[in-house]
Design a protein around this ligand. Structure first.
Ligand code: GTP
Ligand code: SPV
Ligand code: MN
Length: 594
């Protein structure tokens, strides 16, 4: 497929180590893809679903011990530990290469090495970057074919260049004790071993498009962020673009595809999806920030996705889709997950592949008793999405009017607030916190600081990352305004107070009105909040202006507790936290104590 010496030498070197029976280049053709699907169905790696209900859709189950990203086994291997920072796990590159080489040794024996040339971003665009992933898993190949742009044209675009990210993946024995997801940003290299799950193995996604790319972005003056991108079109046909960073399983896909509430739909408003997980952002000639989505598909959370919560996502999964770790309805060979509807299948297999009794479902033990794993996923083509933006394949991307940060907070954070300026907005991003979710292995529901939703994804020191945000601010004459939202405040019984989903558009409308200078706000110790009556609640049952007032309330005591927690977190990050952010922290504390 290529004469590129750096590509061929690298593949030979890797092949010598992992020792495959044969090497197959993935060309992106439908014939080859179809042959791989057929082979995966033969080995049981995939199960074909009901061709009438789900044409060209497949079910895959991962190993029971391999259902999420593994942050404690994820490493940034820079030459000095300081460059990886205190929040990342670090290993010396040489030590890491040696250690993992032993795990890779002969791991492809009896297997095929698939070579996947892929582009993050539209092939050939000046903002796209190329990677090559070597893998022993057809499931990975088929997912990468959906999630990225794969094929011969990528290799052609690379030409003789050595500028590509070298990714080596082996499911190997899938031993969790020997599972490593390692990044060598100084070598443009990713090594992943002993996993077959999502973000651990689809190396274009978190490993490249966030960890390696964030490192490159700092060096080259752009940003790689864990953000959705959406366009909101008004009845006059003008589209304003917003990006939003929420931690894993905190609502990016849902917001990106939201369906406007009736009042706005009737008036002619529309929402278009540009991206649901990752944004690459640079300063345009006009001094605004421009964002592209480097991916080509959606690796979305299945549970909770239904006709009402996210109709567009559901439609996107109806064909050419791979489902991972969902519940298998045996009666009609289809799929099901908690929150799809109120009719759990009577004759079904759970995400482990065992006979499932829906009457034993216990919300307190979802992993143990649910039909679908809480982090079960669909891999779906962006082009199947009914609300995909006409700018999805745009080379320069879309200009951002607003950036939103948000987390899952039962208390403390109000429904929405606005930062005073870029520096304060950077501070607001840096102090984000959220309850942990099933998207990563470990405890669920624990509040932890997750700056810019990037805690698990920054490929260098977190203090330097904050400094990069501040520096970018100096290079953007027409910077977007920065906001913070929280859809997840709960009442005393633990129920969400805000209806969320499509109704989040009501908050987006306030945000855009603020950006256009069309509405006032109330100054508070943490920033600007809306006047309660400025959040449109027309058509909402159970939500009154008083509910909004409650959602916008700021409890100084719990914010002061947060301030202490932030101080400890900054200290943990270490000496590279910029002084400007300490200034902002001091202002926040003083405001709260006033
Ligand atoms: P990753 O793919 O892990 O990065 O997740 P994500 O940020 O794209 O999250 P996603 O949109 O898939 O939502 C995760 C979970 O949160 C799903 O179960 C949703 O149903 C739920 N969710 C999303 N938006 C809202 C909301 O506005 N309110 C409430 N209560 N739940 C929501
Ligand atoms: C996330 O965890 O933020 C995801 C899923 O988007 S994964 O691809 O596994 O990282
Ligand atoms: Mn994500």
């Amino acid at each position: 497929m290529t004469n590129n010496k750096s590509v061929l030498n690298w593949i030979n070197e890797m092949a010598e180590m992992v020792n495959p029976d044969k090497i197959v280049w993935i060309d992106g053709s439908e014939e080859q893809t179809e042959a791989l699907r057929a082979e995966a169905c033969k080995t049981g790696e995939l199960e074909p679903l009901n061709a009438e209900l789900y044409p060209n859709c497949y079910l895959h189950r991962t190993a029971v011990n391999d259902v999420a990203r593994v942050e404690n086994r994820t490493f940034i291997c820079t030459r000095t530990k300081e460059d990886a920072g205190t929040i990342n796990n670090w290993m010396d590159p040489k030590e890491c290469y040696d250690k993992l080489s032993k795990l890779y040794k002969n791991s492809y024996q009896g297997k095929t090495m698939y070579v996947i040339p892929y582009s993050m971003g539209v092939v050939g665009s000046d903002f796209a970057k190329i990677g090559i992933e070597l893998t022993d898993s057809i499931y990975v190949v088929l997912n990468m074919l959906i999630m990225t742009r794969v094929g011969k044209n990528v290799i052609d675009a690379l030409g003789d260049s050595a500028d590509f990210v070298k990714g080596l993946h082996a499911v190997a024995e899938c031993d969790e004790e020997k599972r490593y997801i390692c990044h060598f940003p100084e070598d443009n290299t990713i090594w992943s071993v002993n996993s077959g799950y999502g973000g651990n193995v689809l190396l274009g996604k978190k490993c490249f498009a966030l960890r390696i790319a964030s490192y490159l972005g700092r060096k080259e003056g752009w940003m790689a962020e864990h953000m959705l991108i959406l366009g909101l079109e008004n009845p006059q046909g003008e589209v304003k673009y917003i990006s939003a960073a929420f931690p894993s399983a905190c609502g990016k896909t849902n917001l990106a595809m939201l369906i406007p509430p009736e009042i706005y739909k009737k008036a002619g408003y529309k929402v278009w999806t540009v991206g649901d997980d990752i944004a690459w952002i640079r300063v345009g000639e006009d001094g605004r920030l421009w964002a592209v989505n480097p991916e080509n598909g959606f690796f979305g959370v299945a549970p909770g996705t239904n006709e009402h919560s996210n109709y567009n996502a559901l439609m996107t999964t109806k064909k050419n889709c791979i489902f991972t770790n969902v519940c298998h309805d045996l009666d009609n060979n289809s799929v099901w997950w908690e929150g799809l509807d109120n009719n759990p299948p009577k004759n079904a297999l759970n995400w482990r592949g065992e006979k499932w009794d829906y009457t034993k479902y216990d919300k307190a033990d979802k992993v143990g008793t649910s039909g679908a794993h809480p982090n079960s996923r669909f891999t779906a083509m962006a082009s199947n999405c009914p609300c995909i933006s006409s700018e999805f394949n745009s080379l320069k991307g879309v200009p951002l009017t607003a950036i939103i940060f948000g987390g899952r907070r039962a208390k403390t954070a109000p429904l929405v607030y606005e930062s005073r300026n870029w520096q304060h907005g950077t501070f607001v991003g840096s102090i984000m916190a959220s309850e942990t979710t099933a998207a990563a292995a470990g405890a669920v529901g624990v509040v932890r600081r997750d700056p810019m939703a990037m805690r698990p994804f920054v490929g260098y020191d977190m203090g330097d990352y904050f400094a990069h945000w501040l520096n970018m601010g100096k290079k953007i004459p027409n910077a977007p305004k920065i906001f913070h939202v929280n859809w997840f405040r709960t009442d005393d019984e633990g129920h969400f107070i805000w209806p969320g989903f499509g109704d989040n558009m009501r908050v987006l409308m306030w945000i855009l009105a603020r950006c256009a200078g069309e509405v006032d706000a109330v100054e508070t110790p943490i920033g600007f909040v809306p006047k309660a009556e400025d959040i449109n609640i027309e058509g909402l049952e159970d939500v009154t202006v008083d509910t909004i007032r409650e959602l916008l309330s700021i409890d100084n005591a719990s914010w002061l507790e947060d301030v202490e927690n932030i101080k400890a977190f900054y200290k943990q990050i270490g000496e590279r936290v910029p002084a400007e952010l300490y200034d902002e922290l001091a202002i926040l504390e003083a405001n709260l104590k006033k």
